[in-house]
Design a protein around this ligand. Structure first.
Ligand code: NDP
Length: 282
């Protein structure tokens, strides 16, 4: 079997075009503020892509590029200012942050109604409790869209998520559960990763280890979503060994051109939702 490639770039482009159309009909401009601390090259690339997507769609966008040395209280003051700014509907602080800044404090400082990354415990709690805030975590929601694009029904399927981070693995498992999958969440202490993955009709790999998931671990016909972004000899590569896995899978995402563009598209969608229908839990 040779898997069909899920074209995340194209699916993300369709979402952006839809948003562009919607924004052209609005009297208000959705606004996204991104705060970047320091000069981590990967973070700079992500922030530039977010800024570019805003421009393309017609959103108002602000990027605050701050030095690595900025103090926590200064950063908190900027977040508070953006929380109050009526032009800003979505606000995110690009992670990771320098060690001297408490990441949890920063996540808690963002107004949950503007938390388009869906990192604030109010929003993650809402997700786990099944409250409909309209905002879904970007990368996991992008994964679900990619799975749905295959036409494969999720209900009743066995899904295995590899990686249990707050940003990807845990919320991805929760979204799969909401879509009536039977979900297994694997991590670094999982006793037999191959055996777990081999049972999966749907695999989401979010580890950060190039080529960890190999073709012999894939159930024939499975849908394989590769979230991993690893640099190997200067080349971007996923957590799934694409060549061997695509011999077994029914559908597979490439890296690059799979999950990455979807993350940005879902962020744009969240900004639109936060603008039109702000969920204000406080
Ligand atoms: P984290 O480092 O926060 O989490 C990695 C997870 O993988 C942990 O839960 C860890 O387990 C688990 N893990 C590590 N080694 C193994 C192993 N050998 N077997 C099974 N599980 C293992 O990473 P993130 O979730 O933030 O990111 C994961 C990957 O996805 C990265 O490559 C990142 O760059 C990429 N990414 C891509 C995005 C995109 O838009 N394309 C967006 C976000 C992330 P434990 O908890 O036990 O330590």
């Amino acid at each position: 079997m040779t898997a069909q490639i899920i074209d995340g770039k194209k699916i993300a482009q369709n979402i952006r075009e839809q948003l562009k159309l919607e924004v052209s009909k609005l009297s208000v401009k959705p606004g996204l503020a991104v705060v970047l601390v320091g000069s981590d090259p990967a973070s700079q690339t992500y922030v530039n892509s977010k800024e570019k997507a805003c421009q393309e769609i017609g959103f108002y966008s602000e990027v605050h590029r701050l030095p690595e040395t900025i103090g926590e209280s200064e950063l908190l003051a900027l977040i508070e200012k953006l929380n109050q700014d009526p032009k800003i509907h979505g606000l995110l602080v690009q992670l990771p942050l320098p060690k001297h800044i408490n990441e949890e404090k920063i996540i808690l400082a963002v107004n949950p109604a503007k938390d388009v990354d869906c990192f604030h415990p109010v929003n993650t709690g809402a997700l786990f409790s099944g409250f409909d805030t309209g905002i879904l975590p970007c990368t996991p929601a992008g994964c679900i869209e990619l799975i749905k694009s295959t036409g494969v029904a999720l209900s009743g399927k066995k899904a295995v998520v590899v990686g249990r981070s707050n940003i990807v693995g845990k919320p991805a498992a929760m979204l799969l559960l909401q879509n009536n999958c039977t979900v297994t969440l694997c991590h670094s202490r999982t006793a037999d990763l191959s055996a777990e993955v081999r049972q999966a009709d749907i695999v989401i790999a979010a580890v950060g280890k190039a080529g960890l998931i190999t073709g012999d671990m894939i159930k024939p016909g499975a849908v394989v979503i590769d979230v991993g972004t690893n640099r190997v000899n200067g080349k971007l590569t996923g957590d799934v060994d694409f060549v061997s896995a695509s011999q077994a899978a029914g559908f597979i995402t490439p890296v690059p051109g799979g999950v990455g563009p979807m993350t940005i598209a879902m962020l744009m969608k969240n900004t639109m939702i936060a603008c039109l229908n702000p969920f204000n839990p406080l």
